[in-house]
Design a protein around this ligand. Sequence first.
Ligand code: C2E
Ligand code: CA
Ligand code: CA
Ligand code: CA
Length: 275
Amino acid sequence: ADARSERVAVARDVNAGAASIDRAQLASDLTIAIDAEELFLQYQPKVHLRRQEITSVEALVRWNHATRGLVLPSDFIPIAEESRDIVALTLWTIRRSIRDQRTLAAHGHELRIFINIAGVLLADARFVRTVCALVETSGARLGFEITETSVIRDPESAIANLKIFADIGIVIAIDDYGAGLSSLAYLKQLPARELKIDKLFVTQLTSSNRDPLIVRSTIDLAHALEMEVVAEGVETQAAMALLSVMGCDMIQGFLISRPINLDALIHFLAEEKHL
Ligand code: C2E
Ligand code: CA
Ligand code: CA
Ligand code: CA
């Protein structure tokens, strides 16, 4: 190899080294962050189109890092999954959602709260037992968003555990439908009541030729399987109107609201009109 490409290769190694140190640092910070109250939740409402009301919200975790400021989930969820911190993080998220659901109820808002559940947790018997205890003692109305990709690792235990969750009243939603490795075999077997069409197909719905066809056939498929459909990433009135015509049940996206803190959600819910 000539000198130049060697230099490039060395530079690449140095960068890769820096990135992995950074990752290791972030991973050890995260372990502390969970106890240090550096995590917080934001909620994003889902609007039921026919009922014209908000029936549920999705909880999205954020990390207010002591020195880096706001860190987004795409930067730390993968790290948490590798380090097993995902268990503590998710249990923290569930406990906080249960607490916030009580606060919402005290303000007259009965909402189901959906939580994102990483695939590794679906094979974790202790996690499942802890969740069952939390739900049964609190009576909370929760939903779990899972991806089909997360089931592929260990389909047997994932499906068995999802049935346990469904049996105690947790609504299972299939997240990011169409974006990852979709399998109609799993779609048939999962005890899911909701299907969320990935924003990949929704954000350009009204300017694309193919996206409307994909979205419509997905809605029809989900309805045939007796699931309700949520379109995520709805950013425009035009997209909402088209989804409504297509029979989509619920929408979520910046058009309705960005993810917001609990206080802001309470204010938002107190307003008369959301559409
Ligand atoms: P997701 O579950 O697909 O969440 C939806 C993401 O889309 C959120 O990004 C949300 O802010 C964003 N979004 C919402 N409406 C719109 C829209 O109209 N347009 C566009 N362009 N984007 C929209 P966020 O909050 O950064 O979350 C990213 C991902 O991080 C989530 O994707 C989810 O997979 C993961 N995540 C978040 N919280 C948790 C958690 O507590 N546990 C686990 N395991 N994963 C989480
Ligand atoms: Ca989600
Ligand atoms: Ca999603
Ligand atoms: Ca996603």
